[in-house]
Design a protein around this ligand. Structure first.
Ligand code: ZN
Length: 86
């Protein structure tokens, strides 16, 4: 009888309500809620508004943050006031 190594499970770690895939674009809520990716300056975050949680997924992975203005960053950062960082 062979020990079963569950590599597919290991490659997808769970952080709170988020299933973190192999890249930041794969992050999703384990409850099936829609998630959104947003930037705070060069940092990228994924938020689930239903769970009111968000996680940091990396920085400078996409160039789009460069074209965003400070006002957008401020608006996006409003989620930090009542969300929970995982
Ligand atoms: Zn959720």
């Amino acid at each position: 009888m062979r020990e079963q190594t569950d590599e597919t499970q290991q490659s997808e770690s769970i952080r709170g309500n988020f299933a973190v895939g192999t890249c930041f674009g794969d992050v999703r809520c384990v409850h099936g809620h829609p998630v959104r990716l947003f930037n705070i300056r060069r940092g990228h975050w994924v938020a689930c508004d239903r769970c009111r949680t968000y996680i940091y997924v990396g920085s400078n992975l996409m160039s789009s943050w460069r074209s965003e203005n400070g006002e957008n960053n401020l608006r996006q950062s409003a989620v930090f006031k009542d969300g929970v960082t995982l």
